[in-house]
Design a protein around this ligand. Structure first.
Ligand code: PMP
Length: 371
């Protein structure tokens, strides 16, 4: 049976969901084409052993592409894990705090960083180096406001706070190994992997679909895992098993490989992706800034997110009207997180520029009619 892809395209909305989020159409099409039978395999990717030569090729391809996209240095390795970013909140202190007297520094610039910090006490001491909750997580810390511990085992931060739309334009300055939650801005721009001890990202925004969590870890940190941990929590054990300590999320890993292929072959790499992302975000922030206060952005200007544009209108009624009329024009899932209200436009890598153009135009028209 062949499906009419043109019809699919015509019925797809511009999906501004914060995650799971929109995927590149060509990735969906390749999944569709290969769903029943992987080329030269004769079975679906969902039906083959995670220890087969066919799956070896799939996981190795995904890993190679990630390495190429990030210029991965020899010092670091890629792991495909499960449990989402939530499990990383546990695995990180479990592995990187060698005993309960060690301290981890956490910079809390939004809801996700707060959740990460909340797990540390199970394994050691938490030092909150900054907590932006008193300003509604609308800004980052000035260097002088950060209170790092002496000899901290690592410093955790969230490069992009998905709910508040606050993103780090540069790295925090500390001597401790940097551990970053890049769940909502992985692959959105080039990074220097050597700057980090550990990078993690749940996949369902920029890396593929829910089910797999990407971890990039400095190999020397694997030694901290030791033998004291339950096996499944140990980075060293997952590394030793080649990300196949147990059955991995095979389908999700396959999709991650396809997303990386799309980034390489259709987008042209992470710098090209970053340029497109900057253009997309600029259109929406321009619509906010030129609205004479009709739209109020949440994030301070120096840390506005390129991935999640968060704003509100003057009243809850106007927010609701905005959402209803946008939906009528096929721009969906723009509602802000329930903790913040307002509007959130998530414009991850796979959101086409046409979607952002349509939204920026809609914002202008809506402000003209209702302002
Ligand atoms: N961190 C960030 C920055 C996120 O955006 C999210 C998901 N929205 C999470 C962590 C949690 O991810 P998961 O649901 O996969 O645990």
């Amino acid at each position: 049976m062949t499906t009419n892809l043109t019809a699919d395209q015509a019925t797809r909305v511009f999906n501004f969901s914060a995650g799971p989020a929109t995927l590149p159409l060509s990735v969906l099409q390749q999944i569709q084409d290969e769903l029943l039978t992987l080329p030269d395999v004769g079975a679906s990717v969902m039906e083959i052993s995670h220890r087969s030569a066919d799956f070896d090729r799939i996981i190795e391809d995904a890993e190679t592409r990630i390495g190429q996209l990030l210029n991965l240095p020899e010092t670091h390795e890629v792991l495909f894990l499960q449990g989402g970013a939530a499990l990383q909140n546990v695995m990180i202190p479990a592995n990187l705090l060698v005993n309960s007297d060690q301290t981890a520094d956490y910079l809390i610039t939004g809801s996700w960083g707060k959740k990460s910090a909340a797990e540390v006490h199970h394994y050691g001491r938490l030092n909150v180096a900054f907590d932006g909750s008193d300003t509604g997580f609308s800004r980052l810390a000035a260097d002088s406001e950060q209170r790092f511990s002496e000899g901290g085992a690592y410093c955790h931060f969230t490069s992009n706070e998905t709910i508040q739309g606050v993103q780090y334009p540069e790295l925090p300055k500390t001597n401790a190994p940097l551990v970053v939650d890049k769940s909502s801005d992985m692959f959105s721009a080039p990074i220097n992997v050597s700057d980090y001890g550990l990078i993690y990202a749940c996949a369902q925004k920029n890396v593929g679909i829910a089910g797999v969590t990407l971890v990039i870890i400095e190999k020397s940190l694997l030694e901290r895992s030791g033998d004291r941990l339950p096996s499944y929590l140990s980075y060293a054990k997952h590394s030793k098993g080649g990300s196949r300590f147990n059955t991995p999320p095979t389908f999700a890993i396959y999709v991650t490989g396809l997303v990386c292929k799309w980034l390489q072959e259709e987008v042209g790499g992470l710098q090209a992706m970053a340029d497109i992302n900057q253009r997309k975000a600029a259109m929406l922030y321009q619509a906010i800034d030129s609205s004479d206060g009709f739209y109020q952005g949440h994030a301070a200007e120096d840390c506005r997110s390129v991935m999640n544009v968060v704003f509100k209108l003057g009243t809850d009624e106007l927010d609701a009207k905005f959402l209803e009329e946008a939906a009528a024009e096929s721009m969906k899932t723009l509602k802000g997180h329930r903790s913040l209200g307002g509007i959130r436009a998530s414009i991850y890598n796979a959101m086409p520029i046409e979607g952002v153009e349509a939204l920026a135009q809609f914002m202008q028209d809506f402000a003209n009619k209702n302002g």
